[in-house]
Design a binder for this molecule. Structure first.
Ligand SMILES: [Zn+2]
Length: 336
């Protein structure tokens, strides 16, 4: 890649990185009306006087702050302009290497997660239907006949193009880890497809397996989660750096390792249930089933969060946040 590949944006021209550091300090220690008090005594005067050359909605009232000084306040609601600037810019964005195809990477990531969501819904839906059927409530399993399991095979295969789109170009530097994870992710998706196909075939052909179909489905999903989440972890970290929302989120950020923990719970619970099947250790079977289903519920909630995370990352890739430099510098298109 050329030397411009990962260059820090802020180091260019006036109002660059140094000013950003000052602004960050200013914004950090004085979130409200920072510039009103002791302007002149502080070295940040230059930044405060800089005008916003681009449209920037006020964080509180959406008034367009274009043309106002960074040290000023919103004329509509009085919120310090620096507050809105701080919320809009992403100090990390300019320092990360540029993706060559951010839009398709964002789309691919969301598509991949949505395919995994669909596989999880199909497999747990059918398994829950079987469980309710055993309790004398057959209407869910009527809605989810055995054939829907093939839907999980379909979506796992449909996710494979996303793995290709996520791959960085061959000449990019430092991509060995990403490529390795993508190979493992592709393998994980194929394993999920093969597992779902096997569970479907066994339950269809062999009556002996039909009664343990619920366990087969949950274990298939759990193995699929483990095989895809471990490689996805590194990929999400690398790409997710570009989303300030994802980077700074705490409880809303789904950790891959928690998904793997849920998968382990599903496998352990169902293994216990299978092991004591037909014996007189009914209490153990109930305990195993309970653990498996609580873990499955955690995994489903985790998939919901993962989807939200993918939406954030996709949004940041499609519309990268402006740098401070871009906000205070007249864009070429504005001149004339
Ligand atoms: Zn305002």
């Amino acid at each position: 890649m050329g030397p411009e590949g990962g260059g820090p944006e802020y180091s260019r021209g006036p109002g660059g990185f140094v000013d950003f550091v000052r602004l960050a300090g200013l914004a950090g220690c004085r979130p409200r009306g920072a510039a009103m008090n002791d302007a002149g005594k502080r070295p940040v005067e230059g930044v405060e006087a800089a005008e916003l050359r681009r449209s920037l909605p006020c964080r509180k009232c959406r008034y367009d702050l274009r043309g106002l000084a960074i040290g000023g306040v919103c004329p509509e609601c009085g919120l310090a302009v620096v507050d809105s600037v701080r919320a809009a810019i992403d100090p990390m964005a300019g320092r990360l290497p540029r993706l060559t195809n951010p839009r398709s990477v964002g789309n691919a990531l969301l598509w991949l997660i949505m395919c995994l969501d669909a596989a999880a819904i199909v497999l747990t839906g059918r398994a829950l239907g079987l469980r309710l059927d055993a309790l004398g409530r057959p209407h869910l399993v009527d809605m989810m006949p055995r054939g829907v399991v093939l839907g999980a095979v379909l979506v796992a295969v449909a996710a494979l193009p996303a793995v290709v789109l996520l791959a960085p170009p061959r000449e990019a530097e430092g991509i060995g880890v990403v490529r390795r994870n993508l190979w493992r992710l592709g393998g994980g998706l194929l394993a999920l497809a093969a597992g779902a196909a096997t569970a479907w075939a066994l339950a269809s052909e062999l009556a002996a397996f039909a009664e343990i179909e619920e366990s087969l489905l949950l274990i298939t999903l759990a193995l699929g989660i483990a095989a895809t989440m471990l490689p996805l972890r590194g990929i999400l970290q690398t790409i997710g750096e570009r989303s300030r929302q994802y980077r700074t989120a705490r409880s809303e950020r789904q950790r891959a390792i928690d998904m793997v923990a849920a998968a382990v719970g599903m496998i352990a619970g169902e293994t216990v249930r299978l092991a004591v099947r037909g014996g007189d250790l009914g209490i153990l079977a109930t305990l195993g089933g309970t653990i498996a289903w609580i873990s499955a519920l955690m995994a489903l909630i985790g998939f919901g969060y993962l989807t939200v995370n993918a939406v954030w990352i996709r949004r940041a890739l499609r519309r990268p946040p402006p740098t401070l430099h871009e906000l205070v510098t007249r864009a070429n298109t504005d001149e004339g």
